[in-house]
Design a protein around this ligand. Structure first.
Ligand SMILES: [Cu+2]
Length: 205
């Protein structure tokens, strides 16, 4: 064990030394730093990496790594609307928001032709009661994260939906993201038994 550890440690020290050297001297830069220098000063060709005896450095990052121009970085999946009881004043909409981009985004509004308006709701405890509440600032979808809208949790609330929201129909909703702009996404209307639901019948103020 002791015999094997020493070379590894020595290699790590050598790598650290090589890296700190490169900070002072551009001629001894590691491959990673060479690529950064090359993208910073594109008028000069990138100098070949002088790695010397240092441990091999990881592959240089692609030049566009931090400059990805991402518009719609949120992927919308598993979209569905619960078939509301006849003449119900609201209908719940659910989906999965997957932000694969490097930038935080936020669902700030939803529009639909089949409802008077669409609100973004969260569930909160009030005493021993779960209540739903509109999220006035919208729903954050942080970079690299997945946000689920599901019964009993975050959901869309179609206010005063038109008649005929029956299972099998596909309803387009326009999702408006703060950064990514608008996406029109189709939602399947599904019939779900009432005892399976938690976010269905809650009073609105
Ligand atoms: Cu609601």
């Amino acid at each position: 064990m002791r015999v094997n550890r020493l070379p590894i440690f020595a290699a790590a020290v050598a790598a650290i030394l090589a890296a700190s050297c490169a900070d002072k001297s551009s001629e001894q830069s590691s491959p990673t730093q060479a690529s950064e220098a090359a993208s910073a000063a594109t008028d000069t060709p990138a100098a070949p990496a002088a790695a010397d005896n240092a441990a091999p450095a990881p592959d240089p990052l692609p030049d566009n790594m931090s400059t990805v121009a991402d518009g719609a970085s949120v992927v919308v999946e598993d979209t569905w609307i619960r078939q509301p009881p006849e003449a119900a004043p609201v209908a719940g909409g659910y989906m999965v928001l997957r932000n694969s981009g490097a930038q935080d985004d936020r669902l700030i509004a939803v529009r639909s032709e089949v409802a008077r308006n669409v609100e973004i709701h969260e569930m909160v405890m009030e005493g021993d009661m779960m209540k739903m509440r509109e999220m006035a600032d919208g729903l954050a979808v942080p970079a690299g994260e997945t946000v689920m809208l599901k019964p009993g949790g975050f959901h869309l609330m179609l206010m005063e939906p038109e008649a005929g929201l029956v299972a099998g129909k596909r309803i387009p909703l326009t999702l408006v993201f703060e950064r990514g702009g608008e996406q029109v996404v189709e939602f399947d209307v599904r019939e779900v038994s009432a005892d399976a639901q938690e976010g269905g019948e809650h009073g609105h103020d």
